[in-house]
Write a protein of this length. Structure first.
Length: 708
């Protein structure tokens, strides 16, 4: 025992409590505290059995992820939990693990070393290590198949999804569900099993026998499909397979080998970066923890279209009654039908009960008037992306809304301060930029105008948390973080086609890089009219004489809008399966010829570098301008809003991995060929590349917190 692990007694039952908030990670001192506590209890003749429980909100949530970096950098040797787990398992007195909250990773591995596991109703167990680019490293791939069977262990270790407590009992991971007071229930259970034999998970081979060897091949196939490009899921499958072929100790050795391969990989570094990046976004240096948060009990949404409908669902899903207003009955009916269909699909997939759907639908009030808007704590606007229209709507709702009501625009490009300028409450005006489909995509770009109040911002971050969204704060710059970076990315994709790459080459190269889909395919999915309208809105800002992409506008003007018209950059059949469109290819060639663009063969490497480095360079620009607070915020935006491959950690993390000197050199190459106007290296990139710095090390939050 130590300050992180305490040992107490409840009569003849020893109680070991882990006290390492917030999530009882196995930080240095915790394994040691468990070891000495188990040893003392085992040696104490008055003790008949032992209960291990987590203090606070959870059981052990795993190894301390912050320690991995120190191991990889060689700052400290990699320790092993294996000896401790064997000591627990070989304890002569029953050890009962009492699980609440989350028993994840090393936490579940500690639990499985116990002789019995009892669990609270709302708890979860899991081996999420693959989400960090590693695999279980403390015999999880060896003990779990022995407790839950090979198929369940494969599913849990290769895909990392948590298992609910009822399923944990069904699978044989937990022995009993404890309703009510967990500790009391666990002590009673321990008293029940005291004096009984102590079953050791490592000796329970019965569930290993008869495993269908084909399951490993089919799971690998599934992993290659659903975790495309990721190495850890395949390593996890190898480790579980080893459990069916090797004795326990050798299986553990094989697991350790595979674990080390993963731990020292760039994928793991990128995924661990993404883990902490997501947890850092809500830390805004000049927004103190005690900043007032407005209570949002009622909401109202203007527009029931694709975005408005999804936004309405977000409020209903968060338990907030919401009015949704449209201009015509037909549009309102269409919007409500889509909302109902979306919920029905979720129910059909078994991801929501009919009762939960009915509850959510009951929270939504569709209407054609502003009735009730004066009761709302927040009004979200999701009308057409046009400044004049947005200003008209904001002027209207400003007159109706009650004092203190937040006015949030779903604009994806437009100036929030200009929109707010038509209201009497600019400090309550903010951007809430959702991503389509808004009820599914986790990202919420929270756009802070120069007049946006700190309480409005803090309330928006809290609302994002209630909606289970990742709220990233962005400055008020055209296109904010995501779309501002997307513009040069899509520009380069189109230029590459004009210069000779085929549409399929460009889409294929970025798809192989790990993007969920290529840039031109993304345009066809969103609709080429969307991009066309945005470009019309900003045509007046284009620098004269600077090359602009030509083809997408022409396709849109020809009515070839992409998937929704069956033709765009590619052709689409009734199942929306793409195929090369030779007419588009001919149009590109003709337009390039007319523009005097020399056509040549373009390598996949050039395609990737021009598109991704265009992203990175623009990211460095907006970081330098303070539009994003941290490079990791940019990564979170791209991982959660633009399907950037998680195992690359986001564009800025990817650039750090590639080395900023190399990135700068490549950009200077592009500048030399394509000119300063298109490829001017961001000052911050130059500064960091020349000083040997990284985007990860560049952090303005400290300066801001210090009031700089
Ligand atoms: N290590 C270090 N810090 C952690 C941590 C961990 N395992 N888990 C959470 N934190 C920090 C987090 O950064 C945040 O810090 C605070 O705790 C609250 O977290 C040997 C090798 C448990 C479901 O992958 O999934 O075990 O921002 O905001 O939303 O085989 O945290 O406040 O400064 O996320 O309530 C496997 C990771 C590790 C679980 C709680 N375990 N954690 O979610 O809170 S590898 C995991 C989570 C391993 C073994 C292997 C979630 C949570 P800060 P939070 P939450």
């Amino acid at each position: 025992m130590n300050e992180l692990v305490t040992l107490s007694r409840d009569g003849d039952i020893a109680v070991i409590t882990i006290q390492n908030p917030p999530v009882n990670a196995l930080s240095p001192g915790v394994p040691e505290g468990i070891r000495s506590s188990v040893a003392s209890a085992a040696a104490d003749p008055a003790v008949k059995a032992i209960v291990v429980i987590g203090g606070g909100r959870t059981f052990i949530a795993g190894a301390d992820i912050r320690e991995f970096g120190k191991v990889v950098s060689g700052e400290k040797p990699r320790g092993s939990l294996l000896p401790l787990l064997l000591e627990i398992e070989d304890c002569p007195k029953p050890v009962v693990m009492a699980i609440h909250g989350t028993a994840f990773g090393g936490g579940l591995e500690v639990a499985m070393a116990g002789h019995y596991r009892v669990i609270a109703p709302g708890a979860q167990v899991g081996q999420p290590e693959v989400k960090l680019g590693i695999i279980p490293g403390a015999a999880g791939t060896q003990r779990l198949p022995r407790l839950a069977g090979v198929a369940k262990a494969l599913e849990m270790c290769a895909f990392g999804e948590p298992v609910s407590s009822p399923d944990a009992v069904t699978a044989g991971i937990a022995d009993r569900m404890i309703e009510g007071d967990l500790l009391a229930g666990a002590v009673a259970f321990a008293r029940e099993v005291a004096g009984r034999p102590t079953p050791k998970s490592r000796e329970r081979d019965e569930k290993l026998r008869g495993a269908d060897p084909a399951i490993f091949g089919s799971t690998r196939q599934q992993a290659r499909k659903t975790r495309r490009g990721q190495t850890a899921p395949l390593a996890a499958i190898d480790a579980v397979e080893a459990a069916t072929k090797l004795p326990f100790a050798e299986g553990c050795a094989r697991e350790a080998e595979l674990f080390n391969q993963c731990l020292y990989s760039t994928q793991s570094r990128a995924l661990i970066h993404a883990f902490f990046a997501e947890r850092a976004v809500s830390k805004i240096p000049d927004i103190a923890k005690e900043t007032a948060v407005f209570e949002i009990r009622r909401a109202a949404v203007i527009g029931a279209g694709t975005m408005g409908g999804g936004i309405t669902m977000n409020y209903a899903n968060a338990g907030i009654p919401v009015i949704v207003k449209e201009t015509t009955q037909e549009a309102l009916d269409r919007g409500m039908a889509t909302i109902r269909k979306n919920y029905a699909n979720t129910v059909k997939k078994g991801k929501m009960s009919q009762a939960a759907m009915d509850e959510r639908m009951a929270r939504i009030t569709p209407q054609l008037t502003y009735d009730g808007f004066n009761q709302a704590d927040i009004i979200a606007e999701a009308v057409f992306e046009n400044m004049a229209l947005k200003k008209q709507v904001f002027a209207e709702i400003d007159k109706i809304a009650k004092p203190g009501c937040i006015l949030a625009s779903n604009t994806s490009y437009l100036d929030i301060d200009e929109i707010g300028s038509v209201t009497s409450r600019p400090s309550l005006v903010i951007g809430h930029h959702y991503f389509s489909p808004a009820n599914v995509m986790r990202l919420l770009e929270i756009v802070r105008g120069k007049n946006t109040g700190k309480e409005t911002l803090a309330s928006s971050l809290e609302l994002a948390r209630r909606m289970k969204k990742v709220g990233v704060v962005a400055g008020n710059s055209r296109g904010f973080i995501g779309n501002r970076m997307l513009t040069p990315y899509l520009r380069e994709a189109q230029f590459l086609v004009e210069e000779g790459a085929s549409v399929e080459d460009v889409n294929g190269a970025l798809y192989d890089f790990g993007m969920a889909m290529g840039p031109l395919a993304m345009g066809d999915l969103a609709g080429l009219d969307v991009g066309w309208r945005a470009r019309q809105e900003f045509k007046h800002l284009e620098k004269p004489g600077v090359r602009q992409p030509m083809v997408a506008d022409r396709l849109a003007e020809l009515g070839r809008l992409g998937q929704k018209t069956g033709r765009g950059w590619s052709k689409y059949d009734e199942n929306r399966t793409p195929s090369p469109d030779h007419e588009t290819a001919a149009l590109v060639e003709q337009m390039a010829h007319e523009a005097g663009i020399e056509r040549r063969s373009v390598s996949r490497e050039e395609i990737v570098d021009r598109c991704i480095y265009a992203l990175v360079n623009e990211g460095a620009c907006l970081l330098g301008e303070g539009v994003a607070l941290r490079a990791s915020d940019i990564d979170v935006v791209y991982l959660n809003g633009y399907a950037f491959p998680s195992w690359r950690g986001g564009p800025m993390c990817y650039a750090d991995t590639a080395g900023l000197k190399n990135v700068l050199a490549r950009i200077e190459e592009f500048r030399a060929r394509h000119g300063e106007d298109l490829w001017s290296p961001a000052p911050l990139l130059v500064q960091l590349a020349e000083s040997g710095g990284t985007f990860a090390s560049w952090d303005r939050t400290r300066e801001i917190a210090a009031g700089a």
